[in-house]
Structure formats: C-alpha cells, structure tokens
Design a protein around this ligand. Sequence first.
Ligand code: G6P
Length: 372
Amino acid sequence: SAAEKGGYDYFMLKEIAEQPKAVSDTLLGRIDAAGQLHLDEIRIPAGELREVDKIVIVACGTAYHAGMIAKYAIEHWTRIPCETELASEFRYRDPILDSRTLVVAISQSGETMDTLMALRHAREQGARVLAICNTNGSTIPRESDAVLYTHAGPEVAVASTKAFLTQLVACYLVALYLGQVRGTKWGDEIQSVIGQLARIGDDVDAVLETMEPVRELARGLADRDTVLFLGRHVGYPVALEGALKLKELAYMHAEGFAAGELKHGPIALIEDGVPVVVVVPSPRGRSVLHDKIVSNIQEVRARGALTIVIAEQGDESVVPYADHLIRVPATPTLLQPMVATVPLQVFACELATARGNEVDQPRNLAKSVTVE
Ligand code: G6P
C-alpha cells in the first residue's frame, strides 16, 4: 500500500532515501566518542583475531560487490590476505581453509542458499565464519560462529540498495577493528577514517539532495540498448554494481569494466553515442589512478562515447571531458563507494520507471534465492 511505501511510488525509492539512517543505525553504538571501535558483539576473542592469517569473503549479487570493496579495505588496513569469491563458485573448487581462516559471509536476507552452502563447507573445513546479515535470526547467522548485524531495516524492493550501503559499513567496521586489534602501521589513518565513517550518513544525504539531474539524464537515455561502466580500485566494484542495477531494473545490456582493462578489449565496444559511466577516484588519494582514469575518459570520448562522470566535489580535471558530471562529496578513497553508488541506484530506478518496468519486482528475479 501507499502508506507502507511512506509516500513514495516504490519501495526502492523509499529505501534509497532511507540510506543515511540505515548507515547511521549500523554505526550506532559501535564507535564511541573517543573514536574507538566496539565490536565485542561478534564474540571472537581478540587473541583469535590476531591469529587469523587469511580472510575469505563469500556472497552473491549486490552483497558480492560489497565483499569486493571490502577486500581492498581489509588488505590495506590489516595486511591479512583477503579474497572475495562468489558463494556459488566457492566450494566447488576445493578451497584451502583451516582454523586460522576467517570466512565472512555477507547476506541481506540470511537465506541465500549459495551463501549458506559456502559457509557450511567452510565450517566443515575448520574455518571460523562471521556473518554480516540484515535479518535477525535467519539461517546464515544461526549457522555462523559469529554475526555482525547490519541495521538497514526491512528491505522490500528486490534490487538491494540500503542493505548494500550498510554491508559496506559493516565490512569497514570489521576491517578497521581487525586493524585496531592487531595494530598496524596505519593506526593514524584508521583513526581518521573512523571519524569520517561516523559522518558518512551526512555525505550520503548530500548526494540524495542533488539527484534531479541524474533522473533527468536517465529519462533521456530510456531508449538506449547498452550502458557501460568503468571504475578502478574500489571504483571497479561500484561500476559492476551500477551495471547490475541496470540489468535488474531496466533490463538493459550493461557491463562494468576495470578501467585498466579498457585497452585490452572493451574499448572495441565504444561507438558513437554509447553512454559510458566513469567512477573517478579522489585526486587526493591514489592520484596516479585518478590521472589514469581521466585519460580513460578522454579515450572513450575521442571515440564518440557519451561520458557520464562521477567525481568528487572540487575535482576540476574531469570538467572538459564530462558530457554529464555527477558530483559526490570528498571522502577518503576507501569510503567513496558509499557515496558513488547512490547516483547509480537512482539512475537505474529512473530508467526502469521510464521504460515502464516494475521497479520493486523485476521480471524473473526473487528477493531471496533459496535454491542453489
Ligand atoms: C538475489 C537478489 C539480489 C541480492 C542477492 C543476494 O539475487 O535479487 O538483490 O543481492 O540475492 O541476496 P542476499 O540476501 O544474500 O544478500
């Protein structure tokens, strides 16, 4: 009913708008006023966390993209080797696991069969499993050794939005906590990122305030066949997520590429008028990557692409090459996915609407897939 949707036409719009609160609720009580993390709730003793020598993240769909982003954060802040794998692939390749492996299973519903089978396999091999989940008492947390709940509230639309942002928050909390517990040379950076993370809900809010041009752009592209997405580093999974959203909602051919791979194949797809969405990292962080992506924008534009550029506030270097420029607040590089994903959600939702698709219940999809 309209009341359930809080005045929005679709649950997806409501859930997109709820993201600042979802993020804040997921942080609540986990960062204290002094900027220390409190994750005692996961009840894995600090001594055991210091012993972990490998982390494997398993998930499906949008949760898998959160896991791909988490890998960058975990390896950077903890120096523990981390791999992220599709849950449906994991157990079939005979993965190497033991009691010092921490497996992180990410799932909004807590009922995804592929993810459940992956974690069962991990536990049989003696690994410890931490679930990141949005649904209290669901199967995945019940069968895990530990759980960190996301507090996105119920997510009804099939395409995941607010759950994704809270999965990122939970992953960062785990990464920063492991860094804090184990003590790394990134101590100062960890402290500063914790501060920024505590305020990230405001940044998401600021993005939501500026989405009208994105909706207008989407309406103008409703008759296109293909949209391509490029990103690098944590922007790469953001590109994949942008493409997944378009497939799910707009039923359009959409693909995300690692920008560095462009020259190894995908650039052959560029022809006149093809929309290419580019996620640009902060020029302040890994500036080498920033400059390489700006070159990629020039390369596709020279071949006729319509460039849609997502770049942080104040980054003027992209202005000459952007046919459409979407601004996001400046954040530390690793936190940028939390703001850069939001315009892509809005973009896909508006395209679906313009194409007359059922936004909350896309064809052929289920909110929670309980078969393998
Ligand atoms: C389904 C949904 C996706 C979701 C995926 C994983 O395919 O359509 O939106 O990302 O399952 O769901 P989970 O509940 O495990 O996060």
